[in-house]
Design a binder for this molecule. Sequence first.
Ligand SMILES: [Zn+2]
Length: 266
Amino acid sequence: MSGQSGLLAAGLDGKRLDDIEVVDVHQHYGRCFQFNMPHRDAADLLAEMDRIGIDKSIVSSFRALAGDPVPGNQEVLEVCRQHPDRFRMYFVVNPHYASRLDQLFAPFRESPFLAGLKIHAEIHQCPLASDAYRWAWRTAAELHCPALVHIYPPRDLEAVPVLADEYPDTNFLIAHHFGPENLDRALPLIEDKRNVHVDTCISALPLGTMERLVAELGPERVLFGTDMPYLNAGGQVGKVLLAQLDDETKKKILAGNAKRLFQHRL
Ligand SMILES: [Zn+2]
């Protein structure tokens, strides 16, 4: 026993989080095109979710990210259909298909499994400020589905507050909270942008970063993500459980903020 209480003790003791709700807003599915990852099908993701106590995850397709958006997005929709209580999907927006996005999105627009849009400005090598993304910002606002946005800093940092002002009804969820090395520049840019949120997943998190995100953005704008299967879910949840934050704040990060941001889509 750790001698601690609450979620800190659960983290120190490695307990499964059975007593609270946990939503993972950043997960990937399928065969990664960058390097081998052993955990890639739904059963692998579910086994890890069950080990930790993650109730529900929002996943995006590696295949769609890699440049094959039709079968990629479709395969994740199928996973959601097979596990409706556990998975929701991000529709991956490929800016290189900008003229066809309405057509590509049509099968997903009305789906009860659609939770949000996924933008990866680094993999797609397209600046966030590009007009090719305007469809995504408009659609996210129109359908009330947040956009999980992986930016390429420092190129894209300045674009985030500009877009947040230009699209006030679009909820931007910045993957990896801009990266810890960019926080000094990024946080002042978005501190008053209420429609910009961050997720927690990152491979290495400097001590105190979680507390800093909450202090500077408020407890409502920080959302738990694992980035599975790139990253190990245990380490990612541990960063939240072991942070010097009260349990109410940790519960907001682990599920409450996601439920508020994604609303009926979760
Ligand atoms: Zn990711």
